[in-house]
Write a protein that binds this ligand. Structure first.
Ligand SMILES: Nc1ncnc2c1ncn2[C@@H]1O[C@H](COP(=O)(O)OP(=O)(O)OP(=O)(O)O)[C@@H](O)[C@H]1O
Ligand SMILES: [Mg+2]
Length: 275
């Protein structure tokens, strides 16, 4: 097991607010246990506000847990101060849905990517340059694009840039939070394909957060269904889609075409295997 969480609970808010109003705390993650197996894709599905992002942020160490334990390679990495938690969990990286927001508009892509390497102790400028060029290639971009600036890239290309930046840090686990939202169907499919290729090439394990059940079905080894902070069902994708046992999962599957509208229907024809 590469990552395991036991009885994880997280509450948000609850402090005395800015205007001296007391905000009731939200139990965003409620007694969640899950295991990520090395190399698998575990998808996290559930309605808006069910706690998916909060769970992801907690696994990363960006959000402190109220209770429970997290182990990375069997080693306890929870119960630490925020800074220490992030260091201990450097092998876990987050892929945000808003790719562009993570990039400095005034810096060339090459500079941004090289800076990440410098922060991680790669002192040799030539080595940085070479590794940046190789990684741009790995994500399907021309190494010359290092000279370009974020606004010169399309949405799909920006996702590739962000993936390059993250992969330069040599993560082992990626938490992908709606990684293709806001992209056209065909671009979504190519980005999903790329994610599958990169997983092979860099031996990655994915926690894949998505609303798009057709993509989840195609991509995942296992699926966890989240409802009001709890995981109510977690099973191999094939089984779950063929025979959902939890009432809420059934509701979710039934509602899928309506929830995501045209996208589900359209994606059946496109698929991640296309392009
Ligand atoms: N900073 C915060 N302070 C207080 N409550 C919060 C905060 N962030 C999120 N919440 C609440 O925590 C719960 C879980 O939110 P979270 O963002 O994890 O859900 P989600 O499943 O990722 O939703 P979505 O699918 O819309 O991204 C929600 O009830 C939300 O309103
Ligand atoms: Mg979210």
């Amino acid at each position: 097991m590469i990552l395991s969480a036991r009885n994880l609970s997280v509450s948000l808010g609850g402090q005395r607010g800015f205007l001296r109003k007391t905000v009731a705390p939200v139990q965003a993650v409620d007694d969640v246990s899950l295991d990520l197996k090395e190399g698998e894709i575990l998808s996290l599905v559930g309605e808006s506000g069910s706690g998916k992002t909060t769970l992801g942020r907690t696994l990363l160490g960006l959000q402190r847990e109220k209770a429970g334990e997290i182990r990375l390679d069997g080693k306890v990495v929870s119960g630490l101060a925020p800074e220490a938690a992030r260091v201990a969990r450097r092998a876990i990286q987050y892929v945000h849905q808003d790719a562009g927001a993570a990039l400095d508009p005034w810096w060339s892509i090459g500079r941004t990517l090289a800076e990440g390497l410098l922060i991680h102790g790669v002192r040799n400028a030539v080595e940085r340059k070479e590794r940046v060029a190789a990684m741009l290639k790995a994500v399907g971009l021309d190494p010359d694009s290092a000279r370009r600036y974020p606004h010169e890239f399309s949405g799909g290309q920006l996702r590739r840039v962000v993936l390059a930046r993250i992969l330069l840090l040599r993560p082992r686990i990626l938490i992908l939070d709606e990684p293709t939202s806001g992209l056209d169907m065909s671009v979504q499919a190519t980005v999903l394909n790329l994610l599958l290729e990169l997983r092979e090439q860099f031996s990655l394990t994915y926690l894949f957060i998505s609303h798009d059940l057709s993509v989840v079905e195609r991509l995942s080894d296992r699926v966890a269904i989240m409802l009001r902070g709890k995981i109510v069902e977690m099973r191999p994708a094939k089984e779950l889609f063929a025979q959902p046992t939890h009432e809420y999962t059934r509701v979710l599957l039934d509602a899928a075409p309506r929830l995501t509208g045209r996208r589900v229907v359209a994606s059946v024809g496109t698929g991640v295997a296309a392009n």
